[in-house]
Design a protein around this ligand. Structure first.
Ligand code: SF4
Ligand code: SF4
Length: 61
């Protein structure tokens, strides 16, 4: 299975903006990483568009 969500952690500033805009609550923030529940993600691209530092890349399945 192709991974939908990928994060460039060298860009991410851990603002948690993506976590709050995800319509299906697929994203969570822990101390060091944004985690995506790939089973929940619908690849809508909302997090990718909203990220202020363009750290997220969404691949449509
Ligand atoms: S919106 Fe972007 S910078 Fe903010 S936590 Fe998510 S991936 Fe990181
Ligand atoms: S692409 Fe959409 S469903 Fe998937 S993590 Fe981002 S906001 Fe959530």
């Amino acid at each position: 299975m192709v991974q939908k969500f990928s994060l460039d952690s060298s860009k991410c500033i851990y603002c948690a903006g993506c976590v709050s805009v995800c319509p299906v609550l697929a994203l969570t923030l822990n101390e060091t990483k944004i985690l995506c529940d790939e089973g929940k993600c619908i690849a809508c691209g909302t997090c990718e568009k909203g990220c202020p530092v363009a750290a997220i890349k969404i691949t449509k399945p």
